[in-house]
Ligand binder design. Structure first.
Ligand code: ATP
Length: 240
């Protein structure tokens, strides 16, 4: 058993039902500091529900969440953010009528004023394309650029763990590749990543480890390489 006081994220036995319909029945997973961990599974497997519980958007009905050795189970999202976990939700929820800069400033609102410019510079260093478009309205940018902005905005909270819910959704393969390269770049700065994806191949290429969810429970776990070679994964997800 892993130590509950380790510095990473430790989730055990989570369960959640929407109006009596069980969406997550038994999810346990870990993300060590600085790791990229993929959370995989088909539509409706319970991935988003799981990460919403971790981020404090939904209250688990069973199970426990610890981060950095501290209990987070049932904590509200603003508390979870201050503890170092930021969720970038599915669907690139940027403010379309605001500029790139304004979106980032809004993401940094919980930080002291003196710190905000430095944080935005850090994001522009990682995402030079956003720097070029700093005065552009977010809604006028491409899907890939909006996804970059959503991730950059999440970084404004200075997370130690960033959770990305389907960042490749609706993007063309070449744009997806670019987003995944940026996820690696973010990770190289020392930030842990929990990557929710249906795009199994590409996410396992960058992930250190992964978990496969089916009907609200973890059915498989392993390194990226192990999961890609697994016959269940090949049959269920890669059509082989
Ligand atoms: P997707 O890739 O489609 O987002 P997912 O793996 O993230 O799928 P969830 O979104 O967690 O899965 O959904 C798990 C189950 O919970 C599904 O059966 C879904 O229909 C149901 N569900 C999700 N959100 C709600 C909600 N707000 N109210 C009721 N049922 C919901």
């Amino acid at each position: 058993m892993p130590s509950v006081d380790s510095a990473g994220l430790d989730v055990s036995g989570l369960a959640f039902a929407y109006d009596g319909a069980l969406a997550v029945r038994d999810v346990s997973l870990r993300v060590e500091p600085g790791e990229i961990v993929a959370l995989l599974g088909a539509n409706g497997a319970g991935k988003s529900t799981t990460v919403r519980m971790i981020a404090g958007v939904l209250r688990p009905q069973r199970g426990a969440i610890r981060f950095g050795g501290q209990a987070l189970t049932g904590a509200p999202s603003h508390f979870v953010v201050r503890r170092g976990i930021t969720l970038v939700p599915e669907g690139r929820l940027v403010f379309p009528q605001m500029t790139v800069m304004e979106n980032l400033q809004l993401g940094a609102h919980i930080k002291e004023r003196g710190k905000i410019a430095g944080l935005i510079d850090y994001a522009f260093g990682l995402f030079p394309r956003l720097a070029e478009r700093r005065s552009q309205l977010a809604g006028s940018m491409s899907g890939g650029e909006q996804q970059m902005l959503a991730i950059a905005r999440g970084l404004m909270a200075e997370p130690r763990l960033i959770i990305l819910d389907e960042p490749s959704l609706g993007l063309m393969p070449i744009v997806t590749q670019e987003v995944f390269r940026l996820v690696e770049a973010v990770n190289k700065t020392g930030i842990g990543v929990l990557l929710v994806e249906q795009n199994l191949h590409q996410s396992l290429r960058i992930a250190h480890r992964g978990y496969v969810l089916e009907k609200g429970a973890v059915v498989l776990a392993g390194t990226g390489k192990e999961l890609l070679a697994d016959s269940y994964v090949q049959r269920a997800f890669l059509g082989r």
